[in-house]
Design a protein around this ligand. Structure first.
Ligand SMILES: [Zn+2]
Length: 189
């Protein structure tokens, strides 16, 4: 085995998983538009929130930040900050994608599970997946679930979204010298 091949054995990519969760209640304000994954649902009641309350985009952003160890969405976009009042959450998600990729990560994929009694996601699901995938630069899948009339979500009081994200970045050889400042080498192996 050549030295080059021996080094290849330790060039294992670094892989991290992150979990995101978000929930918003439906708003009483008829002027609010329901936005899910950057796709508007005219005629449906909107969700309450400081931004456009796009639960899917928020859960995706939280999963990405969690996987990269970059905090959470509340830290980056505090709901006390007037800059984010009524904000388009696709802009928030785009900002998070930039933060994660600037840290050297490539996004593997994001999978989401939305729990709601309404609206019906199936007819718009491809549109939502395509919208989010174009923003994230990787596959984003969206699955719709009902709460079987259980609890607040089952009473159509709001919408919940769970998201899982995988990040990958090339890893330096195990014995290739000191790690970068954001590395946590001690616990890796
Ligand atoms: Zn949210």
């Amino acid at each position: 085995m050549t030295t080059e091949h021996a080094e290849d054995r330790f060039m294992v990519p670094e892989i991290r998983v992150g979990q995101g969760f978000d929930v918003h209640r439906f708003s009483d304000d008829p002027a609010r538009t329901l936005v899910l994954g950057g796709v508007a649902f005219p005629g449906e009641p909107g969700l309450a929130g400081h931004s456009d309350a796009d639960v899917i985009s928020h859960a995706c952003a939280d999963a990405l930040l969690g996987a990269a160890g970059l905090g959470d969405i509340g830290m980056h976009f505090p709901d006390t900050d007037p800059r984010w009042a009524g904000a388009d959450s696709i802009a928030l998600l785009t900002h998070v994608v930039d933060l994660v990729t600037d840290a050297g990560w490539r996004i593997g994929n994001i999978d989401t599970a939305v729990v709601c009694e309404r609206p019906k996601l199936a007819p718009r699901r491809t549109e939502i997946c395509e919208r989010l995938s174009s923003v994230v630069g990787a596959r984003v899948s969206v699955k719709g679930n009902r709460a079987e009339q259980l609890g607040a979500i089952g009473r159509s009081e709001g919408i919940v979204c769970f998201a899982s994200a995988v990040l990958v970045r090339p890893h330096a050889a195990r014995d290739a010298g000191p790690a970068g400042p954001d590395e946590e080498r001690g616990g890796q192996r």
